[in-house]
Design a protein around this ligand. Sequence first.
Ligand code: FAD
Length: 397
Amino acid sequence: MWDGLVIGGGIAGLMAGIRAQERGKRVLIVSVGTGSLAFASGVLDFGRVELLRQEEKHPYVLLGETAEKAFSYFLQCCPSHHGVWGRTGMALTPLGTLRAADLLPEGLDASPLTHANRIVLVVPEGLKDFFPEVVKANLQKQFISSTIQLKRLRIEEFVDWQAVGKPIPDTVYAKFWCSEQGRETLKNLIGEMTRKMVSDSETLVFPGLHVAACPEVEKILAQAPLPVVEMTSFPPSAAGQVLYDRLRGRFKALGGELLIGSGVERVEVESGQARRAIVKSKGKEISFTAKAFVLATGGFFGRGIVASSTEVRETVFGLPLYVPPEWSESSFLGAQPYAYTGVEVDHSLRPCDPVTGKVLLENVFVVGRMLAHWDPWVGHCGGGVSLTSGFLAGGLL
Ligand SMILES: Cc1cc2nc3c(=O)[nH]c(=O)nc-3n(C[C@H](O)[C@H](O)[C@H](O)COP(=O)(O)OP(=O)(O)OC[C@H]3O[C@@H](n4cnc5c(N)ncnc54)[C@H](O)[C@@H]3O)c2cc1C
């Protein structure tokens, strides 16, 4: 029997698994997919925790005091990220504007730009969803006293892609820089930039590069005489994938087991306790028994909640959901009420009946986007709530 079975391997499920394994528990994570981390930017936003705690029923009302501990714990798990609790950093969006960032891969830290006299924007030919003129204009608006220059980069490796009009995703470029040919090109480029440097306050902005993707690239950039600032990208993002690989690697290194590509169909319940998860894999049904379960199936995006014209349903336990009275709001980019749909929980993250408040399952902990009463986009707290609730659940397993 497993000590813990985590259903869903996004950031919330992985954090729960990592912390429980570190506490000496035996954990199995079963996940259909890799979760939204690989789509996201690699930046984790906590939002304004104290302010959000004032919203009735926001998950931070239950989790707020744990958020700082989860933040520090994450930095131990992923030393290539950085952040200081209570001091928000900055990263560049794919359009070259600045955005707040609480925990971010070191290479994405945009603070060197504030001291740069000259900003050189690298333009890797064919990079997908990259608009150099827009980025240049936005950089200029934000750093008015800096000179912005473009440095076009033609990579032989991708000539065939361009010949057939195929854009090169950020993830493919990131892999290229890790190859021998990529590292050589990078060294030559840094050498050329160094020779052309006119002052010591120059900065390179480098889309499609992700230092954290490989230690050799990290070494090359550590020796560069000018700071190199990476950019976040539209999904899928190399920085998000690197973070996913790191967390998964850590869970496995601690002895945790992962079953990816299979979903939990249902969990059998006896006397208010979840007992057995039924997993469908390659046409067969396999059952796993566990002492406790974590429901980390990611809400609508992860398909832990599905909606049809007749119902809104939690897919594994059939738990009752909080569903807001209004479903959507007409203003574009406005707060969308449906985002608040989810499972209500008690202080120990156990699912409750939204009408009576009664705990429904004693040994199930609900985390991440499955929780009710929050909107990651409006509160800028997607990573923070998911990370903190996963961390808490890992301590309860
Ligand atoms: C495109 C995008 C960009 C984002 N950008 C940011 C950002 O910049 N900063 C930030 O802080 N947050 C961001 N977020 C939000 C943040 O990533 C999410 O809040 C967080 O990842 C949710 O994590 P989760 O673990 O709850 O769910 P998910 O990451 O969705 O993981 C759920 C997992 O459960 C699996 N699953 C579902 N049903 C089953 C089942 N029956 N059996 C087994 N497995 C199942 C799914 O396959 C999935 O792998 C972004 C989200 C998206 C989608």
